[in-house]
Write a protein that binds this ligand. Structure first.
Ligand code: B12
Ligand code: SF4
Length: 449
């Protein structure tokens, strides 16, 4: 069978605000995972619209499309096009899982949740001509899965081709997080076996790795074992962790010894009343400073993630949070306007309270206000959001924030990393256009080292 996997790009890909470097970071790992579950005889193609054009006048036997909330509009357009030509379309991914009935209007089959068990079942049914309209995730095991088909990915087009996961989901249930929607009703946390994880790491060339796990330290026993095994493998890696997991025990030291050099941390808010609203139990605002200091002393940079628009926020939230991040030596900031993704506890609550202003999913990109806030208007929120980013990445503030670190090495790392990420956009665009991204990878490793 001829199978075409597509990761559609969000509308923004055509807008002047498009940042090519942001979307040339990671290859479509979910689709490469699904491709590994096809038959050897299948002819497979993976198309990532973020880095290439989607040719629509071909005639595969099956088109499989991955949806996130912001690309769903485009995903449906592509699906409608193929179906109008009589080609079978299957849709899955985070957004289709939270809105299966909506997705079904554009697909022959909707696969809900993780595809590791349902996708092979669907393929078998399809080959026998008895495929269903919907497939639920079913019982999933990660024990004996083949490695993702990275050979089908255009690695040279990505800054970080070596992305992988060794767990899926998270045991926590923060009210705003997609976890509460994607893993609804079942287990919300799965892990791979240690041998399988090491095999996957070994299979990838290069020293840099990015773990896309939602929460790298969620199973401390497993991560500690992994980090002990990775010591001496000469890798440098990045990934997401929680505040409490930095302080609990010595896992963070083990991670550092294994090559962990940059942590994505969801601080979300510096107001504990807000944190209480989100049910994010891993965050105690009083612990933030201690966690940051520990990471700084070890030599691990921080990408701090912040949410604006939680109910206890006032108009001063943008400047206060930004100043706090600068004074704390946070290397890069990822800001979001609170976004109630459909299917989450937050969305349900806001819907019940009549606060959802629009269900235009394109606007659920964490840059637009899509619900009514008690104290901040839509315009104030969106202007404040932009101002927070602009201020954080002003040269003066990058220098100030870099100088907050104890050691010179961290000061320099911070300055180089933050500067390269936000201040050299035209250079990145030039590099991407000329297909030279792979040449910048050694510079990334040097900075992380
Ligand atoms: C890497 C990543 C990105 C990367 C690139 C995405 C890529 N190339 O894959 C970048 C940086 C570009 C990105 C950007 C954004 N992202 Co993002 N991203 C992720 C992240 C961290 C990992 C995705 C991943 O690879 N997962 C691992 C693979 C193995 O799993 P998977 O892709 O989900 O695929 C599995 C299943 O979903 C299912 N499946 C998926 N597709 C299909 C299709 C079929 C046919 C079938 C059968 C099954 C199936 O089976 C797969 C195997 O299990 C996820 C969070 C997460 N941990 O998943 C967020 C996430 C997907 N992103 C999210 C968001 C909001 C965004 C942004 C809007 C953020 C922003 N403000 O800019 C943008 C816009 C993205 C867009 N194009 O629309 C949200 C989506 C929420 C939602 N309800 O849709 C997530 C869940 C993060 C979060 N915590 O909220 N992102
Ligand atoms: S700890 Fe992070 S990944 Fe886990 S549910 Fe909360 S926000 Fe989501």
């Amino acid at each position: 069978m001829k199978i075409k996997f597509i990761l559609p790009a969000l509308e923004e890909a055509k807008s002047p605000f498009w940042r090519p470097i942001k979307y040339s970071l990671f290859p479509p790992l979910g689709l490469a995972t699904l491709a590994s579950l096809c038959d050897e005889s299948d002819e497979i193609e993976i198309v990532d619209e973020h880095i290439q054009e989607v040719i629509l006048d071909d005639e595969p036997d099956l088109v499989c499309i991955e949806t996130y909330i912001t690309n769903s509009h485009r995903a449906y357009k592509i699906a409608d096009h193929y179906r109008s030509n009589g080609i079978k379309v299957a849709i899955g991914g985070v957004h289709a899982t939270s809105m299966p009935t909506e997705a079904k209007m554009h697909a022959d089959t909707v696969l809900i949740g993780l595809g590791e068990s349902s996708f092979p079942k669907f393929l078998k049914d399809l080959r026998e001509g008895k495929e269903l309209d919907y497939y639920n995730q079913g019982a999933v095991s990660f024990d004996y899965l083949p490695l993702p088909r990275r050979d089908l990915i255009k690695s040279e087009k990505y800054l970080v081709p070596n992305s992988m996961v060794f767990s899926r989901g998270c045991p926590n249930r923060c009210s705003f997080c997609y976890i509460s929607s994607f893993y609804k009703g079942g287990k919300s946390f799965y892990t791979y076996k240690i041998d399988r994880i090491l095999e996957e790491i070994d299979s990838m060339k290069g020293r840099h790795l990015y773990f896309l796990d939602d929460n790298l330290f969620a199973d401390k026993k497993l991560s500690r074992e992994l980090f002990r095994e990775m010591k001496g493998m000469n890798k440098f890696f990045q990934g997401a962790i929680t505040v409490d997991s930095v302080l609990d025990d010595d896992t963070i030291e083990l991670a550092y010894e294994a090559g962990f050099r940059s942590a994505f941390i969801g601080f979300e808010s510096i107001n504990q009343d807000n944190i209480r609203l989100t049910n994010k139990r891993s965050n105690l605002v009083d612990n933030y400073r201690r966690a940051i200091k520990r990471l700084d002393q070890l030599g691990i940079m921080i990408n701090g993630s912040f949410i604006f628009g939680l109910d206890k926020d006032n108009l001063d939230v943008f400047d206060r949070t930004t100043q706090w991040a600068i004074n704390s030596g946070i290397t890069t900031a990822t800001n979001h306007i609170l976004t109630p993704y459909p299917g989450t506890a937050l969305f349900e609550k806001m819907k019940e309270e009549g606060r959802i202003l629009t269900e235009e999913w394109k606007l659920y990109d964490t840059r637009h206000l899509v619900f009514s806030h008690p104290k901040i208007s839509k315009e104030q929120m969106e202007v404040g959001y932009k101002r927070a980013y602009n201020n954080f990445y002003k040269w003066g503030n990058i220098i100030k924030s870099s100088s907050e670190h104890e050691h010179l090495k961290m000061k320099l790392k911070h300055f180089t990393y933050a500067g390269a990420w936000k201040k050299f956009e035209p250079v990145w665009n030039f590099i991407i256009k000329n297909e030279q991204l792979s040449k910048t990878r050694s510079a990334l490793v040097k900075t992380l080292k």
